[in-house]
Every structure is written in structure tokens, then in C-alpha cells.
Design a protein around this ligand. Sequence first.
Ligand code: SAM
Ligand code: DTB
Ligand code: SF4
Length: 315
Amino acid sequence: MQMRASSVYNLPLMDLLFRAQSVHRANFDPNRIQCAKLLSIKTGGCPEDCAYCAQSARNGSQLSASKMMEVQKVLAEAKKAKDAGATRYCMGAGWRSPKARDMKAVIAMVEGVKALGLETCMTLGMLDDAQVVQLRAAGLDYYNHNIDTSESFYPSIITTRSFADRLETLERVRLAGINVCSGGIIGMGESPEDRIAMIQTLADLPEPPKSIPINMLMPMAGTPLADVPPLDPIEMVRTIATMRILAPKSYVRLSAGRSAMSDELQAMCFFAGANSIFVGDTLLTADNPGDSKDAQLFARLGLRAEVLRPCGAAA
Ligand code: SAM
Ligand code: DTB
Ligand code: SF4
């Protein structure tokens, strides 16, 4: 029977966790975590008004806009990430959408990172029909484009593009044969019903995204959400557990926000079914715990990093 997020999210926590961990074990090795590395290939100066984001030119954050990184520099960073144990390399740009003139370098990055034996992911904003075809032809494995929150809360967070725009790009990506990576952010002042609706929307896509990042808001100085009161961390655990139950075969990523989380909270998130993290000491612009802290965390919890089989399928 297909579960509804609304019938699961508010279960007594022990019941929710037991269900989520049972679903998780039926589909994944519960002691393996996928390690992805992020790189901002073009930072800041973004014309969108996403209230959480340090890269929006409309927000008062101090971030100055950079040019797109050179391909060779990106590949050198990707090689370092591979040597440190990452299996997926995610490249992000502070764009509303890529310009035609940007595509040549973007494609060279996909091809080069893939040639290193890493899975590739890009997050570049909205894509048109020609761009999804170009990215597919380059061999892009995943495209990240988050729905971010519920349809009804979305206009309180972003006004420069609509929820429907986001869904449209996701559908283009899917139809082009690129794996969809899509999730959202919690802790932006949304209600539990908004979190439930976001989870349900993701689960009800033509197929659930294969990769689902769940971000805890990292309040960025100068943004409209800089002073939002912190969310009860148990809501993060509930969000992950519910997402795991509704998308049993997807990677659910405990994404932004780990630098403010205790080992114990992260352990609960893994028990709830999170099986992917971003490694390294920076995300796009914000802090992340870094490799030595994560090595200690993995040792404490008996977790191991996932490795890729030669064919590219996750072990
Ligand atoms: N510009 C592209 C876009 O918006 O799709 C790609 C980059 S954008 C920074 C990628 C995602 O990072 C956003 O959709 C959002 O979910 C997440 N994100 C950005 N700032 C964040 C913050 N302060 N805390 C948590 N997540 C954040
Ligand atoms: C996603 O869902 N989270 C990542 C990735 N996809 C691109 C980005 C997190 C950004 C956190 C804030 C920053 O680094 O500026
Ligand atoms: Fe731009 Fe993406 Fe940040 Fe929104 S989330 S302001 S689109 S970089």
C-alpha cells in the first residue's frame, strides 16, 4: 500500500523510526553512507531572490560575485575529492539558468569529472530543452533542482520563479534521461504541514527523485532568513524518516546544516534512513564538518563510505 506522508510524519517517534529503519534495511546496507562533494563553480551575484541564499544579489549578504571557475581547476578539485573518498561530484552555480555561452565549459566539466570515475551532478538553475539534451549527451548522471518547500509556502521564500517552473525543469531533466536529484530545506519558518506537503510532492513526481537532499536551513547573515528561530531538530529526523518511507529506494541526503548538528542528532538521521552526506569543509559557500570530524563520526557509529563498483552501480 502506498503510504501518505500525512499518515506517517506525526507517528510516535519510536514507531516512525522503526518503520523507516525497516524500509531502509530492506533496500540498502544500513551501515554504508554515500559521500558526495560539492563545488561552487560560479558563486554569488544571482538574480533570484531565494530568501535563504547567500548568493542572491538581492540579499544583503557580503558575498561578492565570482566568475565561472576554469575547467582545469574544477578537475583538479574533483581529483582531490576522489582521492579523499567521494564518489559523487556535485557542481553548483549561482545562476537563474545557464547562458548558452556557459555550456561549453559546463560540458567539459561533466566529461572531465566523469573521466575521473566519479558520478557527476550539476545544479545550475532552470534548464531549457536544448540544455538538458546537451547535458545528457555529455554523460551527466544527476541534475539537482530542489522544490525547496511546499507549494503553498514557496511564494513566502522565492518570488522570482514559481513552484511550477521548478517542476517543469525537473520534468525536462527526467525526460532527457538524466537522474533527478531534488529535495528541500526545512527550518525556514514553515509548518509541519508544509514539510509533509513537500515530502508528498517529491514522492508523487512521475518517479521519486533517485537522490533527495534534505537541508536544514543554515541562516546566512544578511538574508531575510538570517534570524529565523532554529527548528526543533527532531523535525529533521521526522522529515528524513518520512521521506525514507515514501521513497524507499532513493538516496536521502542529510545535506546542509550538519556543522550545527551533534553526532547524536546525525546518528538519529542515519537511523531514520539518511544514507548520503556532503563531505569536506565547505558546501557552496557555507561550512561543513570536514573530513577529520566525519572520520571520527563514522568510526563512532561504525559507518563506512560507499564505494562505486567498476560498472558505476553503488556497492
Ligand atoms: N542556483 C541553483 C538553484 O537554485 O537551483 C543551484 C544552487 S542552489 C544554492 C542549491 C540549493 O541549495 C537550493 O535549492 C537550496 O535548497 C540549498 N541552499 C541554499 N542556501 C541554503 C542555506 N542557507 N541553507 C540550506 N540550504 C540551502
Ligand atoms: C542541496 O540540496 N544542498 C546543496 C546542494 N544541493 C547544491 C547546497 C547547500 C548549500 C548550503 C549553503 C551554502 O553553502 O551557501
Ligand atoms: Fe540563486 Fe540558487 Fe541561491 Fe536561489 S538558491 S539565489 S537560484 S544560487
